[in-house]
Each structure stands twice: as C-alpha cells, then as structure tokens.
Ligand binder design. Structure first.
Ligand code: NAI
Length: 244
C-alpha cells in the first residue's frame, strides 16, 4: 500500500478501532498523529507502539476552536495533511420512548457534528494542496438501523450522506471522501452490550465471528492508499456479510 510518508490524522485514536488503525498506518510508514480527548491513554498507547514513531495530541472533535488550533499545529509542523480519519464516536443507547435530549445531543454532536467540524477544517488545507483523503467511520447501524439506537443510527446515516456530499463537492480539488461501515467489532464500545446481543450479532454473520479492530484498520489503509485512487463517495461495508 502506498501510504508511506503520508501525514495521517486519526480522531478517537486512544483505543479500539482508532488505535488499531494507527498501528496499521505506522506499519506502512505513514506519519501518524493520534488524537483523543485525553493525553494519558494516548501516551500509554504510544509506548505500546514501540518501534514506530507516532505523534499524540488531544483533540475534542466537538470543539471547533480546539480542532482549529490542533489542525494548525499539524500543518505548521508538517506543511500538509494527507489523510483524515473521522473515527471518534460514542453511544448513548435508549429506546425511542426513553431517549433523552442529552443522549440525542451527545451522540449527534460527537459522531456527526464532530466529523463535520474536522472535515470542514481539514478540507481547507487539502483544497490548497489539491489532494487529500477523508474517511468517515459510519456503521452497519447507519445503513439498517438498530434497536435502541435512534441517535447513533441517525448520526451514522447522516455521516453516510455527508460522505457522498463531500465526495461531490471536493472531487474537483482531488480530495477523495469515503465511509467505512463496520459490523460489530470487538472494542470497549461493544463490550458494553449484553452478551445475548453480541452472540446474536456473531450469528448474523456467515463468518460466525465479530469483527476485530484490525479488520477495519485494513480497510482504512486501503481506502487511504493510492490503490484506491478512483474510489470516492463509497461506503465500504466491513461486516462479515452480517447484513445480507
Ligand atoms: P471506542 O469507544 O473503543 O473508541 C472511541 C474513541 O473515541 C475513544 O477513545 C473516545 O475517547 C473517543 N472520543 C469520544 N468522544 C470524543 C470526542 N468528542 N473527541 C475526540 N475523541 C472522542 O470505539 P470503537 O469501537 O473503537 O469505535 C470507533 C468508531 O467506529 C466510532 O465512530 C464507532 O461509532 C465506529 N463503529 C464501531 C463499531 C464497533 O462495533 N465497535 C461498529 C461500527 C462503527
């Protein structure tokens, strides 16, 4: 894969899919900036990535001022920004009758508005460069819905249509925009779910397993690489055929 020396920003990279994605890009010799809400887990991860040189910084995707400052710091240091992975995401589940405004606002603000804020700021630099790749973390839930996840489904569905919109708007600047729609992946996010649901999800896939963070990381590396040069506006399902 040709992502060597590309400057890659990953949001929500302290754990789970983001951390696995950082590792894969580092293996491909990209310059990876891992960002998340807090520095401590990032520093811990950085130690685990021994042998690879990564950079860490805090970035709250829901805070426009913070995103702007941190993106500027990356551009000042590296002079460019090649790949952005809008991976940060949260859940706050409840059925429709029980969902509060706070649960709705939190999930829409981080998952959808956060990607909007980061994508908007990053695209300004990418337009100047006349190149770039933006990858958004959608979900199988954004395609098909899920019990107890009105807010999460709306955020991920919104990300899918925002991805297609950006692909249309930014193509003329040689910026590609794609989404990855993971099935159920074994991370801290899904560890919160009842065993019954996880077993059900495992059985939904003809491959009879949940996904691993590395399964998604590999998809991101491919979509970011020059081998995917004509792929834009796509939603790549990485779900072990769980939806068919
Ligand atoms: P995770 O919960 O393990 O990690 C998410 C990371 O996002 C955490 O490190 C958290 O601190 C960070 N984060 C939360 N709010 C933030 C904010 N305001 N600014 C910056 N960072 C913030 O989640 P996981 O499972 O690794 O998921 C990563 C992405 O993939 C999410 O967008 C999630 O919705 C999506 N996804 C996950 C699936 C799964 O089964 N695990 C399935 C489909 C999509």
């Amino acid at each position: 894969m040709t992502v060597k020396n590309k400057v890659v920003l990953i949001t929500g990279a302290a754990r789970g899919i983001g951390a696995a994605t950082a590792k894969r890009f580092l293996e491909e010799e990209a310059i990876v900036i891992l960002t998340d809400l807090e520095m401590e887990p990032l520093r811990k991860l950085q130690k685990e990535l021994n042998g690879h040189t990564s950079e860490v910084m805090t970035m709250n995707v829901a805070d426009r001022t913070n995103v702007k400052t941190q993106l500027q710091a990356i551009i000042d240091k590296h002079g460019r920004l090649d790949v952005v992975i809008n991976n940060a995401g949260v859940t706050a589940d409840a059925t429709l009758g029980k969902m509060t405004d706070e649960q709705w606002d939190l999930v829409l603000t981080v998952n959808l508005k956060g990607a909007f804020i980061v994508g908007q700021a990053a695209s300004e630099q990418m337009k100047k460069q006349k190149s770039g790749v933006i990858l958004n973390a959608a979900s199988i839930v954004g395609l098909y819905g899920n019990f107890g996840q009105s807010n999460y489904a709306a955020s991920k569905g919104g990300l899918i249509t925002m991805t297609k919109t950006w692909a249309k708007e930014l193509g003329k600047y040689n910026i590609r925009v794609n989404a990855v729609a993971p099935g159920f992946i074994e991370t801290e996010m899904t560890a919160k779910m009842p065993d019954k649901i996880l077993t059900h999800m495992k059985n939904q896939s003809p491959l009879k397993r949940l996904g691993q963070p590395e399964d998604i990381a590999n998809a991101y590396v491919f979509l970011a690489s020059d081998q995917a040069a004509f792929i834009s506006g796509a939603v790549l399902s990485v779900d072990g055929a769980a939806h068919i």
